[in-house]
Design a protein around this ligand. Sequence first.
Ligand SMILES: Cc1cc2nc3c(=O)[nH]c(=O)nc-3n(C[C@H](O)[C@H](O)[C@H](O)COP(=O)(O)OP(=O)(O)OC[C@H]3O[C@@H](n4cnc5c(N)ncnc54)[C@H](O)[C@@H]3O)c2cc1C
Length: 333
Amino acid sequence: MDRRHFLTLGATATGGALMPLRALAYPTPERMNEDQHFDAIIVGGSYAGLAAGMALGRALRRVLIVDSGLPCNRQTPFSHNFITQDGVPPHLIAAKARAQVERYPLVEFKRGLVTGASITDEGFDVRLEDGAGYRAKKLVFATGVRDVLPTLPGFAECWGISVLHCPYCHGYEVRDEATGVLGNGERGFELARLISNWTRDLTLFTNGPSTLTEAQAAQLRAHSIRIVETSVTELEQVKGQLQRILFTNGSAAAIHALYAMPAFEQHCTLPQELGCALTDEGYLKVDAQQRTSIPGIYACGDSTLRLRTVANAVATGTTAGMMLNKDLITGTF
Ligand SMILES: Cc1cc2nc3c(=O)[nH]c(=O)nc-3n(C[C@H](O)[C@H](O)[C@H](O)COP(=O)(O)OP(=O)(O)OC[C@H]3O[C@@H](n4cnc5c(N)ncnc54)[C@H](O)[C@@H]3O)c2cc1C
């Protein structure tokens, strides 16, 4: 690959659509002035990106954080299981974090979508959707993941409100309620087994013929977990609160909370296009210092993690910022 060739088709943060090739609209690197040179550019300014930004700002580094404003938890009313912020609306946690990072004068913010990035002899060039170009010695991707929600009517409306991804984040609030798990086979079994910790009124909805083993089905029944194989047609809801699950045979089940594990994809594919390796599960591969497989590129937060929580996003963001700073020091000292 020509190392100076800008990658312009990777960012999907506008909702999945590939951005048009805009190479001709970009300023050439020669047109960038000193104001556009940074120690680090952080792509993604939610919990992980802000944590990395704080570590770097406190390390006297000149940092640019670019964020397109689409964190994955934006529809959930309250965030839980992050100490000091339990039960706080997600956007308020992010706003408070941003206000604290803004106190560090060497950290700059830009609202926008990074649509291109390239490796140069000095580091990296990045391009924004609006055509602006910036340079940095190091790059951090804190771009998260995008949940690929099923087209089942009502699912998207309930996502994060009464259709839940994680019992540690939301299980306590719906404990002992009539609860469902939407899933089948090994994953459905494992999720139902986990959720049985929070309620005794639990049904596994396999949404079609069960692919559980006989032993799994027997184990679930032995723990009083019902198994319903009828296909689901709709999640009947009011303002995101699930009322009933409707089935193809005309029947319905009154369920208060439903757990599901939709597929996900990287919110931004630029790291892959720059050569960063993925794990078999689809996360960016990082070492214990949050370094990706490409020197100078770090990643943190959901894009690198299976245990998806604000606390883990913050922890890995902090690590990325600290290690990036250490690598800058050891590169010159
Ligand atoms: C419905 C739901 C509810 C949740 N509830 C909880 C909870 O109660 N408690 C809890 O601890 N965790 C919860 N989580 C998990 C938590 O939201 C995530 O772990 C956390 O948001 C991850 O932070 P992040 O910074 O890695 O990614 P995100 O918060 O997803 O942020 C990624 C950011 O990068 C930006 N971005 C992406 N690509 C680009 C680009 N090319 N250019 C510029 N910007 C870009 C996006 O716009 C976004 O702002 C929930 C998740 C979901 C989906």
